[in-house]
Write a protein that binds this ligand. Structure first.
Ligand SMILES: [Fe+2]
Length: 473
């Protein structure tokens, strides 16, 4: 009992203490940039931390937090600003984590919605209007891909503004911390249009310091309220505590529900969704994945249900990379790779995105540690910005399957033109500019006669017609 009390004391009076051991300290990290402070200035009953996610065919889930519990879980929405033609009621939750009590966390599913359409909406029958655009029903479609948190140095903020209170009102008395790297990446992501935001884990870096989840929600609201944010969990979402919180993911699951029920999954830690002609699978690196596990069985069934005529592109995201030539987190994804790689290979997955390693690395098409034209392209993009700095130590010489390595902050763009062609680009944060440092044209394996049964490939060639051309980029 004495030891437990000591742990609780350390947790709340030494907020810099990490509960999950992550990047090793021996790496020389790029130092974070100066902190930028922003303010929260809405009333206690007004919505905060508004974000949206795809929630099954033609539906979107709207999530937000209110400081008071009287606010109804209702979203009003329509195609004209301030005129709401429809409304929907949803559910709410709240949670306790030691002395922290969350605000009322609302989740409301709205729809059916039209594709590629801007909707205006209001949360909880009060507060500001928001708007978002639904993704297109057909190609082309563009994803913004950002790995690992935007939240580099909130520890500093916590040092000066430590508070256990979760509500909008209470947090509005303090300043929200973020660094110039944070602002840089977010600005670059937002500078050009995209349809869906993909984030393979490590969102807030709260690491059990719950007010940081609220801060993160407010930081990303201007972006996550406008486009669907589809996330999966990283190690920084675990937040277990011996005996008291042994299962973890309490905050993550309460705040960032993804369409797992809609995709036949029993856990918010892994799920899938279709958007335009793309089937996206979000795997969980921090829940069971061995043969016979719930996740393994779900993945098997999910892949079996993929029709490449409807979704010629098949993409997977997870947190701990299966291929990694950086010294940081070396081998951490290996057991999951051994358990699941063959399944993805047989299904002709086109791309696998990972986070976790604070750098950018792109591999060739690969299977079982060897170049393979029918394997997925693996990309590590754990460089959105984080409090731990960058992972500089790549193997020298680079393994032959690793085609590009760079330890810089940045983000990626995946522009899928049609059922066959896509363009990937990685945009490095270069001071205040955003520079394309790596790019690649890809062909979907669904259109490869060498990798797919001939009849399927021919059918797909016919079904992937699109007016998009390279010039449209
Ligand atoms: Fe991580």
């Amino acid at each position: 009992m004495e030891n437990l009390c000591l742990l609780v004391f350390l947790l709340f009076f030494f907020p810099l203490l990490p509960l999950q051991s992550t990047a090793a300290s021996e790496y020389v990290r790029q130092p974070p940039r100066p902190i930028i402070l922003t303010h929260h200035n809405r009333s206690e009953s007004d919505p905060q931390q508004v974000h949206i996610s795809l929630a099954g065919k033609d539906h979107v889930r709207v999530s937000w937090v209110s400081g008071t519990h009287r606010v109804p879980s209702v979203v009003e929405y329509g195609k004209t600003p301030g005129r709401y033609e429809a409304s929907a009621a949803g559910e709410s939750t709240k949670y306790q984590y030691f002395f922290y009590s969350s605000g009322k966390i609302h989740h409301v599913k709205i729809g059916p919605l039209e594709p590629a359409t801007t909707y205006y909406y209001r949360c909880g029958e009060s507060g500001p209007d928001f708007s978002f655009r639904t993704p297109p029903a057909t190609f082309p479609i563009e994803f913004a891909v950002v790995g690992t948190s935007f939240f580099p140095c909130l520890c500093f903020w916590m040092t000066y503004h430590f508070s256990l209170s979760p509500t909008a009102n209470s947090v509005s008395t303090g300043d929200l911390g973020q660094t110039e790297w944070t602002a840089s990446t977010l600005t670059h992501v937002n500078a050009s249009d995209y349809d869906v935001f993909l984030l393979p884990g490590d969102l807030s870096y709260a690491d059990s310091q719950q007010p940081l989840w609220d801060s993160f929600g407010r930081l990303v609201e201007p972006y996550a309220s406008r486009r669907p944010w589809m996330v999966t969990e990283g190690n920084h979402e675990i937040e277990t505590f011996p005996i008291i919180y042994p299962h973890g993911f309490k905050s993550y699951n309460a705040r960032w529900p993804m369409p797992y029920r809609e995709s036949g999954s029993k856990s918010n830690l892994y799920y899938s969704f279709n958007v335009a002609g793309v089937h996206v699978i979000m795997l969980g690196s921090y829940t069971d994945f061995d043969a016979g596990s719930e996740q393994y069985k779900w993945l098997e069934a999910d892949l079996a249900g993929v029709d490449r005529r409807e979704t010629p592109w098949l993409i997977v995201l997870l947190h701990a990379p299966w291929y990694n030539s950086n010294a940081a987190h070396k081998g951490e994804g290996e057991s999951m790779r051994k358990a699941m790689e063959e399944m993805l290979y047989r299904s002709r997955v086109d791309m696998v995105f990972a986070g976790h390693v604070h750098a950018y690395e792109r591999f060739t098409r690969v299977y079982d540690n060897k170049a393979d034209p029918c394997g997925p392209v693996h990309i590590t993009i754990g460089d959105g910005g984080n409090r731990e700095g960058l992972a500089f130590l790549f193997e020298k010489p680079s393994p032959s399957i690793s085609e590009f390595q760079e330890p810089s902050f940045g983000h990626g763009r995946l522009r899928i033109l049609d059922g066959k062609r896509a363009h990937w680009s990685w945009h490095r944060n270069d001071d205040s500019d955003c520079v394309v440092a790596d790019e690649l044209w890809l062909e979907s394996l669904s259109s490869s006669r060498a990798c797919m049964p001939t009849s399927s490939a021919e059918d797909l060639q016919g079904s992937s017609a699109s007016a998009a051309t390279r010039e449209e980029l």
